[in-house]
Design a protein around this ligand. Structure first.
Ligand code: ASP
Length: 295
């Protein structure tokens, strides 16, 4: 059997990059810890869960602690995890858990379902021993207050104009056995309506994986969902290497007014990293060598 080279890539959102140094530090930590586990023959599933957890615990990102707040000032979060063997688990609009990615994995491994949302997801998490945790931070409350002031009354029309940052986190990794896994977690978009669910936990849109490769997307969730961005990119991996497949989808997204960034890995371990937003923060390690976004 052909030797498989392990690789890991992480991203911390597309759009403008504020606090680049903090993002850089968070991504380096997550990806390095993940690569260390891969080097000890760890499974990409464990790697993805652990590395996404690190990003969720890094408050500069919009996931876990420091998640963006909705119109009511609540942190409802979305997360999902998927493998190239079609394992999938997700939670949507979940509140008061420290690491939504952990709950998503539990949905995949402990239930017959793919997606749990809101109160049901919280109850399930508690039944699995996940304790109450308040993910709100002062920093994100300040952002919420500032944006809330500009909102006045025409909520729907103005929401899209207020979005200048997409800060969802995700990790993709391939292990020595060729298992490729993707995990993604987000606090969604600031000032969204309570109950809004974005692309992150919806299979085929913000996340997809099959035997050809795996992809996660960040960006404007409603447009990513409309255009099934992650599924599109993975489908193209049947014929093209990861980066070419991703670039084609980014061109398509640009033509269709969908702002997004993608990361992924195909079955040969080739990496995808592409975006049509102002910038994207990312970091990967392949063959022991780290590459990092510039700012
Ligand atoms: N895609 C996410 C959402 O719309 C936002 C992001 O990527 O930061 O919920």
């Amino acid at each position: 059997m052909k030797k498989i080279n392990c690789a890991i890539i992480g991203q911390g959102g597309a759009g403008g990059i504020n606090y680049p140094q903090r993002r850089r530090d968070g991504l380096i930590k997550a990806v390095s810890v993940g690569y260390g586990i891969l080097m000890q023959n760890g499974s990409s599933l464990d790697v993805v869960e652990k590395a996404v957890e690190i990003l969720e615990n890094t408050t500069v990102f919009n996931a876990g602690t420091g998640s963006a707040l909705n119109l009511k000032g609540e942190a409802e979060m979305d997360a999902s995890i998927m493998t190239n063997k079609l394992g999938f688990g997700a939670v949507a609009a979940i509140k008061n858990v420290k690491n939504p990615i952990k709950v998503a994995r539990l949905v995949m491994e402990k239930t017959d379902h793919l997606l749990l949302c809101a109160e049901g997801a919280i109850k399930f998490a508690r039944s699995m021993g996940i304790k109450y945790y308040n993910t709100k931070t002062k920093e994100k409350e300040r952002v919420w207050k500032r944006k809330r002031k500009n909102l006045k009354s025409a909520y729907f029309k103005k929401l899209n104009k207020l979005i200048d940052l997409y800060e969802t986190v995700s990790i993709v990794a391939i292990d020595k056995n060729g298992l490729i896994c993707v995990g993604i977690s987000t606090g969604g978009i600031t000032l969204r309506l309570p109950g809004r669910i974005g692309d992150t936990p919806i299979i085929g849109t913000g996340i997809y994986a099959d035997k050809n490769g795996v992809v996660s997307a960040t960006g404007h969730g409603e447009e990513i969902m409309r255009h099934m961005i992650a599924f599109r990119a993975v489908s193209l991996m049947v014929r093209y290497p990861a980066q070419t497949a991703g670039k084609k989808v980014i061109d398509y997204a640009t033509k269709n007014g969908c702002k997004c960034g993608l990361i992924g890995i195909d079955k040969k371990g080739r990496i995808l990293c592409a975006n049509n937003t102002k910038s994207m923060s990312w970091c990967y390690i392949k063959n022991g060598k780290m590459e990092l976004f510039k700012y």
